[in-house]
Design a protein around this ligand. Structure first.
Ligand SMILES: N[C@@H](CCC(=O)N[C@@H](CS)C(=O)NCC(=O)O)C(=O)O
Length: 203
């Protein structure tokens, strides 16, 4: 049995859980909820020296991280649907979309961490605006041409869905005001991938 260290509120963990759902691998993985906020969680730090979730424990000597690598590993365990095209332009398209969506997610998480881990007198508006600008530029870019899929969404699409879901959960869905195409895109994604709803974080 594989063991996934994650947390129900983690958007990166949600990527992995959506992958499990899409690949029909749910019964192969035990999901263990861990808390990374204290920074000294021995279980996660020994699995991933970076102290970050998700981490997938494969056996006594092997832990896989980060979310990208876990999803690609899980993709290799079952044939369909293919989440990572094996080669060629389709592969690069998927990976670049995932990088953009992960970058939006990273900036959104840093904005949350600024307030969670720094005292208010040390919040830095210029730095916050810099992170927000990354989110806004990323979303504006995607709004012009939301990424279509063929037979089924792939890893790039599920990463974007996780990022938009996190903006809904932690940033009050403010992205929705200026991105109607992405709203429709996310609705279509949720219909195509039931694991999106099933993994929605609850505060
Ligand atoms: N690039 C990593 C990011 C993982 C990440 O930042 N996870 C957060 C929780 S959502 C975390 O563990 N943060 C703890 C920390 O940064 O100390 C991935 O894709 O898995």
């Amino acid at each position: 049995m594989l063991k996934l260290l994650s947390n129900p509120l983690s958007p990166y963990g949600r990527k992995v859980k959506m992958t499990l759902g899409m690949k029909g691998l749910g019964d192969k993985v035990e999901i263990v909820a861990v808390d990374t906020n204290p920074g000294d969680n021995a279980e996660i730090n020994s699995a991933n020296p970076l102290g970050k979730i998700p981490a997938l424990i494969v056996d006594a000597n092997t832990a896989i991280f980060d979310s990208h690598v876990i999803c690609e590993y899980l993709d290799s365990l079952a044939p369909a649907p293919v989440l990572f095209p094996k080669s060629g332009p389709e592969r690069w398209k998927t990976l670049v979309l995932a990088s953009l969506a992960d970058g939006i997610l990273d900036a959104a998480l840093l904005l949350v961490y600024e307030k969670r881990f720094r005292p208010e007198e040390k919040w830095h508006p210029v730095w916050q605006q810099r992170q927000q600008a990354k989110i806004d530029r990323g979303l504006d870019h995607l709004e012009k041409s939301p990424p279509a899929w063929g037979a089924s969404p792939d890893y790039g699409h599920l990463t974007l869905a996780a990022a938009l879901g996190y903006l809904d959960f932690r940033h009050e869905g403010k992205w929705r005001a200026a991105h109607p195409q992405l709203i429709s895109w996310l609705d279509r994604f949720a219909k195509a991938v039931p694991a999106f709803e099933a993994t929605r974080p609850k505060a």
